[in-house]
Design a protein around this ligand. Structure first.
Ligand SMILES: Nc1ncnc2c1ncn2[C@@H]1O[C@H](COP(=O)(O)OP(=O)(O)O)[C@@H](O)[C@H]1O
Ligand SMILES: [Mg+2]
Length: 321
């Protein structure tokens, strides 16, 4: 086990309120595995990523839980140890590539600097390695691109540079938060393909955060479906897509043009996320669910194996079976 999140609850305090953004989240990632976290905006995906990276804002408090990285509890590390972990073991890629890039430094120099930090190389060797790593993320004419500034590159090219920066150490785990959301669909596919390729080649595990189940279908071995700060379903991607156990997962599938039954019209999911200031007593999805039965509004369902006789990997929290 590379990463194991157990029972993680995170609360934010704002001027007026306390918001429980994550509620008893458990999730694990094996070495080399690609795990997707999917859910609509506000479901707690980024808070999960930032918790792992130790980058939560100051108004956040971890109310419960553990995050073990190779057996070490990340939540107990001090700032320096966390920084070391982030630089070396856990890489990150966010939606907006510019946030990860130095705006007034040529990309080759930026890459060379990071590479030199991780390996005992001369400046010249590190720069040569930087050009090579641009080639590895399929940037054509890497020598020329290395001499450019970030603003001279397209969004897709910038994200390739960020991926190559994030992979420089190289990390055991790459956390990608909506890495292709800002990009055109065709570029999106290319970047996803590249991530898969790098993961296989280097054995890097990836946590891929996205609001798009199509992205998960394309790339992920396993998936966790999040709703309002809770994981409502998890399992092998193919299994979850073919045999979704949660009405929310079914709604996400129904909203996908490629995966939905062509005979069925596309459905947007009606209603809004619940108020995170006071979680409902029953199922977190009950207010928006079309299949509600009596226990749903009173008793909270727990994650349970969908078909216990066929293993415990596919789990769902839903009263309707
Ligand atoms: N800095 C913050 N202060 C207060 N609330 C926050 C903060 N960051 C996140 N939240 C709360 O956590 C919820 C989940 O946020 P987030 O993880 O960013 O969602 P997403 O799934 O879109 O990435 C938000 O809806 C918001 O209520
Ligand atoms: Mg987010």
């Amino acid at each position: 086990m590379l990463l194991q999140i157990t029972d993680l609850s995170v609360e934010f305090t704002t001027m007026q309120d306390r918001i429980e953004a994550l509620h008893h989240v458990s999730l694990s990632i094996d070495e080399g595995e690609i795990v997707g976290i999917v859910g609509e905006s506000g479901s707690g995906k980024s808070v999960t990523a930032l918790s792992i990276l130790g980058l939560l804002e100051k108004n956040a408090v971890i109310k419960s839980g553990r995050i073990l990285y190779r057996g070490t509890d990340i939540l107990r590390l001090d700032k320096k140890e966390l920084q070391a972990l982030r630089g070396k073991e856990i890489g990150m890629v966010f939606q907006e590539p510019m946030t990860a890039l130095h705006p007034t430094m040529r990309v080759g120099d930026q890459l060379a600097e990071v590479i030199a930090r991780h390996r005992q190389l001369s400046r010249k060797e590190a720069y040569a390695q930087a050009v090579k790593s641009l080639e590895e993320v399929h940037i054509r004419e890497p020598e020329i691109v290395a001499r450019k500034y970030p603003f001279e590159l397209s969004g897709g090219m910038r994200q390739r540079v960020v991926i190559s920066l994030a992979m420089a150490a190289p990390p055991q785990l790459l956390i990608c938060d909506e890495p292709t959301t800002a990009l055109d669909v065709t570029i999106q596919h290319e970047i996803l393909k590249l991530m898969k390729e790098l993961s296989v080649k280097r054995g890097t595990a990836i946590m891929l955060i996205t609001h798009d189940l199509g992205v998960v279908a394309e790339l992920c071995d396993r998936v966790a479906v999040m709703y309002a700060g809770e994981i409502v379903e998890t399992g092998r991607t193919a299994e979850v897509l073919q045999n979704p156990g949660h009405p929310y997962t079914r709604a996400l599938i129904g909203a996908l043009p490629d995966l939905a039954d062509p005979a069925e019209p596309l459905h947007a999911i009606g209603g809004e996320l619940p108020d995170l200031r006071s979680r409902p007593e029953g199922c977190i999805f009950a207010a928006r669910c079309a299949s509600v039965i009596p226990p749903c509004r009173e008793v909270r369902p727990q994650l349970q194996p969908v078909r216990p006789d066929q293993g415990h990997e596919h789990q769902v929290s839903c009263w309707v079976r």
